[in-house]
Design a protein around this ligand. Structure first.
Ligand SMILES: Nc1ncnc2c1ncn2[C@@H]1O[C@H](COP(=O)(O)OP(=O)(O)O)[C@@H](O)[C@H]1O
Ligand SMILES: [Mg+2]
Length: 333
């Protein structure tokens, strides 16, 4: 195949470049002298499951905190798109106009200009946390109702009369309960609806966090290490849940994950960070065969890897059985 032909093939295979729900452009985040994220750019495809991976301390959670408005990036642009395509011109107009967003069904949102509650409500982006953050004293159902307080408060028109009885509020409340019940059924927690969230086992709390995020109707759901602490059965169920969210609700997913089994199995697209810098970006196939990824995970240099063939078995186990790694002679096998 000629170079031009192979480039054309790889372009159509990489839908995230043509129709990104989110683009991170030249993102830098500094904490004093520490550069946690350094000039990072990547695309998150609409309808894709995208994984952000990398060793501990690589800057993954920091990227999430910038995307979701918890941190104000030192530099960079983060664009969320509700309409199809890259919409370069429209994005430039919003940027140059000093606006935070252009509304409507094909709205464009510049997340680095928006506080977290606007990112959730307007840009329709939801997240879960590496360390679970639920209201432990509230019931499972109440946690899902609180997540929907925005629409409920709108319906109440912020009056006591609204809250205690006008029809608009009752309708909104009924819808909120129905949505909560729907998601409790999807995550298999409907039987625990009236129990305090803190009483749930760890894996169930993780599922409740995902249900809570989905109650806000996100177009993009960001999950920070959702499989951490799960047993293999729970981890497999999580994969099914994430696929269901993508397929039945059309929600795009961006996840940070440590478990390579999870990542390689469900991701359409993987972005690899090391020391705040992107070192690889492509399909699972591309990334698992990338020597710089292997080196980053093992903390060795490419040359050392070539000289230590037995390391290849360790890597193969760590990143997937059918990984094709460069042999000592540079050949792949
Ligand atoms: N709020 C903060 N203040 C100072 N340093 C931070 C802060 N958040 C993260 N860091 C540092 O940024 C680097 C990246 O951290 P993090 O994004 O949590 O990595 P990861 O999620 O990939 O494990 C680490 O060196 C971490 O200590
Ligand atoms: Mg982290």
């Amino acid at each position: 195949m000629s170079t031009a032909a192979s480039m054309a093939t790889s372009k159509t295979a990489r839908g995230w470049q043509d129709d990104p729900v989110l683009t991170v452009e030249h993102l830098t985040m500094r904490f004093g002298g520490l550069v946690a994220v350094n000039d990072l750019s990547f695309d998150v495809g609409r309808g894709d499951i995208t994984a952000l991976i990398g060793p501990n301390g690589a800057g993954k959670t920091t990227v999430f905190n910038c995307i979701t408005g918890f941190y104000k990036p030192t530099q960079g642009r983060i664009v969320m798109r509700h309409g199809r395509g890259r919409q370069e011109q429209a994005v430039e107009e919003v940027t140059a106009g000093g606006k935070k967003w252009s509304g409507g069904s094909d709205g464009i949102y510049l997340l680095e200009r928006m506080p977290d509650h606007e990112i959730s409500l307007q840009a329709k982006l939801a997240r879960t946390f590496q360390n679970i953050r639920l209201f432990g004293g509230m019931t499972v159902l109440e946690n899902l109702m609180v997540a929907q307080h925005g629409p409920l408060m709108d319906a109440s028109k912020f009056t006591v009369g609204g809250i205690v009885g006008i029809p608009g509020f009752r309708r909104a409340e009924k819808e909120a309960v129905e949505k909560a019940v729907y998601w409790l059924e999807q995550v298999d927690l409907i039987d625990r609806a009236d129990d305090p969230a803190a009483d749930l086992p760890y894996g169930a709390q993780r599922r409740l966090e995902i249900a809570r995020a989905m109650c806000t109707n996100p177009q993009l759901l960001c999950l920070d290490e959702p499989a951490a602490g799960l047993n293999p059965r729970e981890s497999a169920e999580l994969n099914d849940l994430l696929r269901f969210i993508r397929e039945k609700h059309g929600t795009s997913l961006l996840l940070i994950e440590h478990d390579m089994g999870v990542v390689m199995e469900i991701s359409d697209h993987i972005v690899v960070l090391d020391y705040g810098v992107k070192i690889s970006d492509g399909t699972a196939e591309d990334v698992r065969n990338d020597p710089s990824v292997i080196a980053a995970y093992l903390g060795v240099e490419d040359e050392e890897l070539a000289e230590a063939p037995d390391v290849r078995a360790v890597v193969a186990e760590a990143i997937g059985d059918d990984a094709v790694l460069p042999g000592p002679d540079g050949a792949t096998r």
